[in-house]
Design a binder for this molecule. Structure first.
Ligand code: AHR
Length: 652
């Protein structure tokens, strides 16, 4: 159907006769700013169950009993009262990073066992192999009856694992295959006979993770990222970097090395919104800094880690480290560069090699703080910048301009950091669609010689910021597309941009809108996702002037546009956004080219209604439709249907 609509508006002679065509000129012989490979990227934050319960494919929740409530997620099952019990023990002195374990005592009468509910259930697939592992210390031999069960308790996959006696902790494993697909399964562990056994790190992973890595990432979610071909990945946040207070901040050194030694902490989004409280939201750090770097490498994105700069979230405690005590924070930044790039003979480079990656990760940039503001940030900016540049002058630093794109906080940091010659300023905008349309010209007026700009977090809000009523609808996505033509036109100063937040679990989210939604089995990209993907997959190498009556197309008659050249493909790439309810006829004239191949390729993103959305059941309702447009000489005639975003690629 979309194909038909598209053809009608692009090629119908009948239609072209009825509309007055506007002339658009693209000057192919006047390439402007280079478009960096990093231009369109992604921003991953562990919000909305994006890591545990999402990208990190672990199916067992609270696998090491370290949640505040040590048995959260676990249920005891006993067919005869008193035929077993669980004791939570703490070996803090011996293992401060993973202190708790459970001691299960079970007797021969009836059935005794434990089940784990997973992250809002476990997504289990028929025919898939599951790898179970457990740390154990049995006093005598113990047999575990493992079952994947559907919500009615019926088995959908099972195995029997014999644990031999041991005075030391050991790891046992077994794999088994599921017989049924189930989105809300649980894992049951039955204890046979009589005995006492200590247990910890009870884990279940599917075989098919991204790149089949054991203990790896959910393949469908990484695939959605890889398909975007993002130029960079900013991680791990966001407010999660800051923490509600400084003890709750993100500390990268606690997220590398063996997973069982990565100290779990509460996820700050657990308690952020009373109306979206998520009491079972913690960070196991199974997805830690090594995995982030590896993910970046896998999907061809430059890594952009963001580090705490000695400031906790200013919306929460606003706790700061006094400047005389800030050295450990700076050392973390220096050590991270060594971890990413250092020789394997160095302490942190050696750890990277021990984790399986002797080659450097080629870190080139780093963020100092997330969304900080005020003079305290400037003080910390200065000491971090001095220390990092002294040792690593080539690392480019990304700095905060606060939570808003204007106002007192923004003006103060924008002015101050410009005077201090910051490398890259990170701007955040969560605003309504109208703001995005009005701000398509925002960067036309920026100082061309000042710091570069990173549009680090943005998303059009259909309702208002942090409202649960926000929807990733077509109106928002269209406004973002219009705005992004302004980013592209200003690629000399805007060098990176990323939508936020990236992921959300349909049963575990705190913040909406989001780019990609998933449940335990399925996932889909929103309309905004396809806008991002079209920009990133059609980024080109240099900006070309695109004008109507001599001026850039920045909203005249509700039309927005930009153009670039993709010199490797020898193609002109034109992006056009019609934000109106009217079809718009255009004659596109290509100046400065010798010859144009016909037809041009085009990709159209559209929806019948501005409130249209993609859903789990209809995941590609709004997704690009490919077609072609014949050219006549160096001209293309096309009519943009109402409410459409089009990308046209013309071979020259
Ligand atoms: O993207 C959600 C949050 O919005 C981020 O954590 C924070 O940086 C911003 O306030």
């Amino acid at each position: 159907m979309f194909f038909g609509v598209f053809l009608f508006f692009f090629a119908s002679p009948l239609f072209l006769q009825t509309a007055v065509a506007q002339e658009i000129t693209v000057e192919a012989d006047k390439p402007g700013a280079a478009i960096r490979p990093t231009m369109w990227g992604i921003f991953f934050e562990d919000i909305n169950m994006a890591a545990d319960g999402g990208l990190y494919a672990e199916l067992v929740k609270n696998r090491s009993f370290e949640f505040n409530n040590p048995l959260m997620g676990w249920t005891e099952h006993s067919s005869v009262p008193g035929n077993g019990n669980i004791l939570v023990l703490n070996r803090g002195a011996e293992n401060p990073d993973n202190p708790r374990f459970i001691r299960v005592t079970h007797y021969t009468d009836g059935e005794y066992g434990l089940s784990n509910e997973g992250f809002r259930g476990m997504g289990i697939k028929q025919g898939e192999t599951y790898h179970f592992s457990i740390w154990d210390r049995p006093a005598a031999p113990v047999a575990l009856r493992l079952e994947l069960q559907n919500p009615n308790g019926q088995p959908i996959g099972s195995a029997r694992l014999l644990l031999n006696p041991s005075t030391d902790w050991k790891r046992d494993t077994i794999s088994f295959t599921a017989t049924v697909t189930e989105a809300k399964a649980r894992l049951y562990i039955g204890f046979e006979g009589q005995g006492v056994v200590d247990l910890d790190m009870i884990s279940l992973f599917p075989q098919h993770t991204w790149k089949q890595r054991p203990g790896g990432l959910r393949a469908d979610l990484v695939q959605l990222l890889a398909d975007m071909h993002p130029g960079f990945i900013r991680f791990p946040g966001g407010c999660i970097v800051e923490g509600r207070d400084l003890t709750n901040r993100y500390q990268w050194k606690k997220t590398v090395g063996r997973v069982e030694d990565r100290k779990l902490i509460m996820n700050r989004w657990n308690v952020e919104f009373a109306h979206r409280s998520t009491p079972d939201y913690f960070q196991s750090f199974g997805l830690g800094f090594f995995e982030y770097f590896q993910l970046a490498e896998d999907i061809g994105a430059e890594p952009l880690p963001i580090l705490n700069c000695g400031m906790a979230c200013q919306f929460n405690t606003a706790e700061v480290v006094p400047i005389p005590d800030i050295d450990p924070y700076i050392q973390d930044a220096l050590d991270l560069i060594e971890f990413a790039n250092g020789d394997t003979s160095t302490k942190w480079g050696g750890l990277r090699a021990a984790m399986g990656h002797p080659a450097p990760f080629h870190l080139k940039m780093m963020g100092v703080g997330n969304e900080q503001w005020g003079p305290q940030y400037v003080e910390r900016y200065k000491v971090f910048t001095r220390a990092i540049k002294a040792r690593y002058p080539d690392i480019r630093l990304v700095n905060s301009t606060g939570p808003d794109p204007n106002g007192e906080k923004f003006d103060f940091l924008n002015d101050t950091l410009r005077k201090l010659h910051a490398d890259i300023l990170d701007e955040h905008y969560y605003r309504n669609p109208g703001w995005f349309l009005q701000n398509a010209t925002r960067y036309d007026h920026y100082d061309r010689n000042g710091p570069k700009i990173f549009a680090g977090e943005y998303a059009a809000q259909s309702d208002k910021v942090v409202s649960v009523n926000n929807r990733s609808n077509w109106q928002c996505a269209l406004a973002e597309a219009a705005f992004m033509t302004g980013l592209e036109r200003n690629a000399d100063i805007v060098q990176m941009a990323s939508y936020a937040p990236l992921f959300a679990h349909v049963d575990g989210w705190q913040w909406t809108p989001d780019l990609i939604w998933f449940d335990n089995l399925r996932s889909y990209g929103t309309a905004d996702y396809y806008v991002q993907k079209l920009f990133a997959n059609n980024k080109g190498t240099a900006v070309l002037p695109l004008t109507r009556q001599g001026s850039p197309l920045t909203g005249q008659d509700g039309l927005y546009g930009s153009a670039c050249i993709d010199s490797a493909a020898r193609e002109i790439v034109i992006k056009l956004v019609n934000t109106t309810a009217q079809p718009q006829s255009l004659n596109i004239r290509l100046d400065g080219v010798r010859k144009v191949s016909s037809p041009a390729r085009a990709f159209l993103l559209s929806a019948a209604r501005l409130d249209a959305v993609n859903t789990l059941d209809n995941p590609t309702a709004i997704s690009p439709v490919g077609t072609s447009i014949p050219s006549q000489g160096k001209k293309l005639a096309s009519t943009l249907a109402p409410y459409t975003f089009s990308v046209i690629r013309i071979k020259i």
